[in-house]
Write a protein that binds this ligand. Structure first.
Ligand SMILES: O=c1ccn([C@@H]2O[C@H](COP(=O)(O)OP(=O)(O)O[C@H]3OC[C@@H](O)[C@H](O)[C@H]3O)[C@@H](O)[C@H]2O)c(=O)[nH]1
Length: 449
């Protein structure tokens, strides 16, 4: 065999044949082991053309698909708009057919007043809104919903005499009205101390804005001032002639001094610009629609007792307060607005309690004698006693409170019982709820210093 190859090796053609044979064998081997088809160039080109065609067809199909999707999307948007229009129509029809509004005294337009209530969605403001609406007046509620809630006035929404405006009184506002009840301000100590600068702005800039408006449109303005202008009083009970004992640098000053300067502004506008003003010095008030995270003593004690938690008395609990039910306050505010008396007037109920006795009374009304009364640190500058002298209100307004504290407490306890049954209150139980300023307020808010 070797001899034969050597003999052939001399022959070049034979060598070429041998190389060709070896390469072919190798290619055949690769094809067999890998399964890769070997195609001629022209067939590959054909396949590429096919692929490009297929891609073009797919692209055009995709574009059609996108166009169809866009069309469907437009149709869906249209259907959604139609659905929400129909929903609104249904709601309007339901309201109109069931006539869910509380009944309102009919008045002709000469007899009907246009009234603005700042802070009208708050605890006191919403009760005042109810009373004025029921009397048949046109009421505009302005609120920034820091401590107020839409829920408090929602039963008037869409009533032709009612309007709700989301506006912060710190910003100027223009409206044609006959009367302004200027209530806007946080009133609970933990709320007004949480953002003291905002409290000061609300009571100063807010009051200037409202007095400016009153001057421009010739409206009468009633300022919701406070018993806190008397500070920690050295005179007891407090008549309106008492100048007060306020620490201008303490934690309560943003509110106390804010209201004091607001009163000063009212009388400056009256003297210099002839604005008709009324100033109500409101003493501690309670009732339904107080916020569950309000932090004042009435809501704290009631919520604690209802939940079987210790009732938190700040300090020794010998400090006193005199409490009025909200309906009495509303009557007093309207009587003052409609009077011709422009000096400050105390609006409060002289029924006075020490905080320890008050806790005991609430515990008894709630009916759970096992609830413990516990003591927390006293708060700085906490007024040690407070009781209104209401001689002026009796004489000039013919007003005095009608609701006994115990009767008011019973109604308020029932209100909080219902509030605590709401899922939002249950969810927040023990872990705090989002406060009116967006901060965490514990349920109830308790001084932990
Ligand atoms: O859980 C509590 C809450 C409060 N307190 C005490 O209860 C008393 C009343 O406190 P509140 O927070 O209810 O209200 P204050 O009287 O301090 O301020 C109020 O005054 C009149 C209004 O203008 C305002 O609503 C508010 O500023 C205080 O002595 C306070 O220390 C408790 O003992 N326990």
């Amino acid at each position: 065999m070797g001899v034969t190859l050597r003999a052939m090796g001399a022959d070049t053609a034979s060598k070429k044949f041998a190389v060709f044979f070896a390469v072919s064998a190798l290619v055949l081997l690769v094809v067999l082991t890998r399964g890769v088809p070997i195609e001629p160039m022209n067939s590959q080109q054909l396949k590429e053309d096919d692929t490009e065609d297929a891609i073009r067809r797919s692209e055009s199909a995709l574009e059609d698909h996108v166009r169809n999707l866009e069309k469907t999307q437009r149709e869906m948007d249209k259907a959604k708009r139609e659905l929400s229009r129909l929903k609104q129509q249904l709601l309007d029809l339901r309201n109109a057919s069931t006539n869910t509004f509380p009944s309102v005294v009919p008045r002709n337009e000469f007899d009907r007043k246009r009234i603005l209530i700042t802070g009208g969605a708050g605890f006191v403001g919403s009760h005042l809104t109810d009373a004025l609406m029921k009397q048949g007046h046109e009421v505009t509620v302005m609120d920034n919903f820091f401590t107020g809630r839409k829920k408090n006035v929602e039963h008037w929404i869409r009533h032709p005499n009612f309007e709700l405006i989301n506006h912060d009184v710190v910003e100027p506002f223009m409206i044609e009205v006959d009367e302004i009840y200027h209530l806007a301000s946080p009133a609970s100590p933990p709320h007004y101390m949480y953002n003291p600068i905002k409290t000061i702005k609300t009571n100063t800039l807010g009051t200037i804005n409202m007095l400016g408006l009153a001057k421009r449109v010739g409206a009468r303005l009633l300022l919701a001032s406070t018993s806190e202008v008397y500070g920690n009083p050295t005179v007891h009970p407090q008549p309106e002639t008492y100048f007060g004992n306020v620490n201008p640098d303490g934690p309560r000053a943003c509110y106390d001094e804010g209201k004091r300067i607001a009163e000063t502004m009212c009388y400056a506008y009256q003297k210099q610009s002839g604005v008709e003003v009324r100033v109500a010095r409101i003493f501690n008030t309670f009732g339904p629609r107080m916020h569950i995270g309000d932090g004042r003593v009435v809501s704290n004690f009631i919520i604690q007792a209802l939940q079987g938690q210790p009732m938190t008395v700040y300090g020794e609990g010998k400090q006193t307060r005199s409490f009025q039910y909200v309906s009495d306050l509303v009557d007093g505010l309207m009587a003052l607005m409609n009077s011709d008396f422009s000096d400050p007037v105390n609006i409060g109920n002289p029924e006075e309690y020490t905080m320890v006795d008050f806790a005991k009374s609430i515990r008894e009304l709630v009916g759970d004698p096992k609830v413990e009364i516990t003591h927390k640190p006293a708060t700085q500058d906490d007024p040690q006693r407070r009781r209104p002298d209401i001689t002026r209100a009796k004489q000039h307004l013919g007003w005095e409170p009608k609701v006994k504290v115990v009767d008011g407490l019973k109604k308020t306890i029932e209100y909080f019982r219902r509030e605590l049954e709401q899922p939002s209150a249950r969810a927040a139980d023990g872990r705090g709820v989002g406060g009116p300023y967006g901060h965490q307020i514990h349920l109830p808010y308790v001084n932990e210093e």
